[in-house]
Ligand binder design. Structure first.
Ligand SMILES: *Cc1c(COP(=O)(O)O)cnc(C)c1O
Length: 364
């Protein structure tokens, strides 16, 4: 048996007829940028996220960046970010001209630890940027409370958690502004690059919409030095098809996660992800920890099982941020996760037999 870490081909096959129809409709429309598909997707995705507004954006990174800009966060400002995240969260802050200030995670859930946030707030802090990592919602109530006490914005990176719920509510509508990525491997994945911003704040929504389009709403009248960060019309059409099956596909992921947990919970050295009782995760990744992670990964590879490491280098130790002077030991929890995490095969087309095989091989 050969099991890829991520199956990128079967999603198309399951939806082929509908996706091909979108393509044909799009090609014949003669309208290729910011058209009907985009408008319809924005409405449907806002409703899905239980959010007032949705603005389609070119990528998740651009969505984070424009969310920061729309909140007037930039030079001289600090933004609290998780030490344990994909580097894009930090890059968006850097793009905007602000400074990322890392806060360590709760290692049981991998997400930013609310109890550590207040110590990182200074007079320059403008926002907290939690990430719902691996499909698992961050603990938003204490984060919103801290933000309210210190008059901060909460900008959320929901790139990995489309459809997840926190205390019954969708993660797409919890913060002041939320950024989404539809990179192909995400739970709601396009067939190319795409992203979105959701918010209940009319002013932020309006500004993001203008910023994505050269800073202009009326053609050739430019209010801001904006960007070209528009969602691709064809991708918006594809995403409408995939949005319809997102909950079903997330349910399949939950079944597989349940199976992994059942099969590995009593097994020594394998540390399983913990799901707080208020969380309904969508298992973007199924991430275990193991003290000899690299050996385990090699053995699985030899058995034909793909796995991935999210992420091997925490952002503060990446070459890109070497100018900041951070060193090994500065954020030990994130560094320990980088050494021990392993993402097992996961996805809506992973079968029960495949998971059983992975579990069997890990136990062997
Ligand atoms: C994928 C991802 C992004 C970036 O999204 P793109 O669409 O690839 O630009 C940002 N943050 C996190 C946590 C991600 O996983």
């Amino acid at each position: 048996m050969s099991i890829p870490a991520l199956d990128m081909k079967t999603p198309y096959l399951e939806l082929q007829e509908e996706l091909d129809a979108v393509y044909k409709r799009f090609m014949r429309s003669g309208w290729y940028v910011l058209g009907e598909e985009t408008r319809a997707f924005e409405q449907e995705y806002a409703a899905y996220c239980e959010s007032q507004y949705c603005i389609g954006i070119s990528s998740g990174l651009d969505a984070l960046h424009l969310a920061l800009r729309a909140c007037d966060i930039g030079k001289g400002d600090e933004v609290i970010v998780p030490s344990n995240t994909y580097i894009a969260t930090w890059l968006a802050v850097t793009y905007a001209g602000a400074m990322p200030v890392p806060v360590e995670p709760d290692v049981k859930t991998f997400n930013i630890d609310p109890d550590r946030i207040e110590a990182a707030i200074t007079s320059r802090t403008k926002a907290i940027m939690p990430v719902h990592l691996y499909g698992q919602p961050a603990d938003m109530d204490p984060i919103m409370r801290i933000a309210s006490n210190h008059s901060l914005r909460v900008l959320v990176d929901n790139a990995q958690s489309q459809g997840a719920r926190y205390k019954g509510r969708r993660t797409g509508g919890l913060g002041h502004v939320t950024a989404h990525s539809f990179y192909p491997g995400k739970n709601l994945g396009a067939f190319g690059e795409a992203g979105a911003v959701t918010t209940d704040d009319a002013q932020v929504a309006e500004k993001v919409g203008v910023l994505r389009n050269y800073g202009s709403q009326i053609k050739y009248h430019n209010r801001y030095k904006g960007f070209n960060a528009r969602i691709d019309e064809l991708q918006a059409g594809f995403l409408r098809v995939k949005l319809k099956v997102l909950d079903t596909w997330n349910d399949r992921r939950r079944e597989r996660a349940k199976q992994y947990i059942g099969g590995l919970q009593d097994f020594p050295n394998v540390v399983l992800p913990v799901v707080p009782q208020w969380a309904e995760p969508v298992w973007h990744q199924f991430v275990i920890r193991h003290p000899r992670r690299d050996v385990l990964q090699t053995r699985l590879r030899e058995a034909g099982i793909g796995s991935l490491i999210h992420y091997p280098i925490p952002p503060h130790l990446s070459e890109a941020y070497s100018d900041m002077g951070w060193k090994a030991g500065d954020f030990p929890l994130a560094e320990d996760l980088a050494r021990t995490v392993l993402s097992l095969p996961m996805g809506p087309h992973l079968t029960a037999q495949q998971v059983a095989f992975v579990v069997e091989q890990i136990r062997a």
